[in-house]
Design a protein around this ligand. Structure first.
Ligand SMILES: [Zn+2]
Ligand SMILES: [Zn+2]
Length: 165
């Protein structure tokens, strides 16, 4: 018997779902056994099955967390004007936002949820700018600050996204 996708490979393995002949080259291990690539694509872990309800909850939680964390973040960085502070605060905010969204969707994961977390993190950053403006002239005159802030934002987004991907 030969693999349906690789006619040059002899095999006696079958896809556990559709029964198609598969070989070690194309079989995909899932928690419910070996599958052909087609069936493996259709099979999704419960963790990755995300409904509209979850997306709505993620957006609501993300937005709320973004605003609250953004205000706290801006307040702290105004009180403590330490140049590298955002590099410490942004990952903390990213973690908090990612964690809160994750809790709101019962620890589900997925690209869509990760994108929501990333956007929430970016909104949080914008909140700090709008509520605690340092002024555009400040950024223009201090390119180092701008670079550090963007690095901090990137770090925060990375951490927020990682919690939901
Ligand atoms: Zn199959
Ligand atoms: Zn094969």
């Amino acid at each position: 018997m030969r693999c349906a996708t690789h006619p040059d490979v002899e095999t006696n393995l079958r896809c556990g779902k559709c029964g198609k002949l598969i070989c070690p080259k194309c079989q995909v291990q899932t928690p419910v056994g070996a599958r052909c690539p087609d069936c493996a694509r259709l099979y999704k872990l419960p963790t990755f099955r995300v409904s509209t309800k979850h997306y709505l909850r993620a957006v609501g939680t993300g937005l709320g967390a973004a605003i609250i964390c953004g205000i706290a973040w801006g307040a702290i960085s105004t009180v403590i004007p330490f140049l590298y502070l955002n590099l410490l605060l942004a990952p903390g905010v990213g973690y908090a936002i990612g964690e809160l969204i994750s809790l709101s969707v019962n620890r589900k994961r997925g690209t869509g949820l990760a994108v929501i977390a990333g956007i929430a993190m970016a909104i949080s950053f914008l909140v700090t700018i709008f509520f605690f403006p340092r002024g555009i002239s400040f950024f223009v005159s201090n390119i180092l600050y701008l670079i550090l802030d963007l690095a901090a934002l990137a770090l925060g987004i990375f951490i927020a996204v990682t919690r939901l991907r």
